[in-house]
Ligand binder design. Structure first.
Ligand code: AMP
Length: 224
């Protein structure tokens, strides 16, 4: 693969990865690769595999690494990613993280969005999403201009099936068990050069503060 600038967003569900990804896409020439959107496209295709994926996603369970590798390998070939990729939702397991070392793909910035579980559980109750674009709202903290509809398209917002409290708890357990070990992996890689920079953001803050901190930390890196 040709060398592109890569950002990986890591954090629990509801930490704000999707919103940050879309803002980076809006402000830079980079494009977002949202694993769950690529999976939804597979579901739409109506294959048997699509049915399995749809069932796992509704339950908030991880899709197998093999399926994820297939989706990622197909997606990164696309011309749209020549100016750089913002990975939203990948990697989620250590095996997925090793995809970067195995294919010698450098992570220029790994962004760690840190937030406590109880804040997430509260936040997910009010989360509303515009599925086609990935735009995320919150009934209190980030309401759409008009209740229940997307600001840009005017289309209906949805409550994700996997945002129900019991499913969120199970997603958080999987995050701690399967995804969090990637942080130690990244710290090791940081020393050996595959992960160039690690930035930490407080995901519990409002989005404007998260964005400001992201911009300041990236600017500090480029000044070095
Ligand atoms: P997200 O929109 O990132 O919260 O992802 C929604 C759902 O898609 C997850 O709960 C999983 O079912 C599936 N999914 C997305 N990315 C991955 C991944 N990297 N590995 C396994 N499953 C994934």
């Amino acid at each position: 693969m040709e060398k592109t600038f890569n950002i990986v967003l890591l954090g629990p569900p509801g930490a704000g990865k999707g919103t940050l990804a879309l803002e980076i896409e809006a402000q830079t020439p980079m494009s977002v690769l949202t694993t769950s959107n690529a999976l939804r496209a597979e579901v739409k295709a109506g294959s048997t595999l699509g049915d399995e994926i749809s069932d796992l996603m509704a339950k908030g369970k991880f899709v197998s690494d093999d399926v994820i590798f297939k989706v990622i390998e197909e997606s990164i070939q696309s011309d749209q990613f020549q100016e750089g990729i913002v990975f939203d939702g990948f990697p989620r397991t250590l095996a997925q993280a090793e995809f970067f070392t195995k294919h010698d793909i450098q992570i220029d910035i790994l962004v760690l969005l840190e937030i406590e579980d109880d804040v997430i559980i509260d936040r997910m109750q009010g989360r509303r999403v515009h599925i086609p674009s990935g735009r995320v709202y919150h009934v209190q903290n980030r309401p759409p201009k008009k209740e229940g509809v997307d600001d840009v398209t005017g289309e209906q917002l949805s409550v994700r099936e996997d945002d129900q409290p019991e499913v969120v708890k199970s997603r958080l357990e999987d995050y701690h068990r399967l995804t969090k070990p990637i942080i130690a992996w990244a710290e090791e890689q940081y020393q050996s050069g595959v992960v160039k920079n690690i930035i930490k953001l407080d995901g519990a803050q409002d989005f404007e503060s998260v964005w400001r901190s992201f911009v300041m930390q990236v600017a500090a890196l480029t000044d070095e």
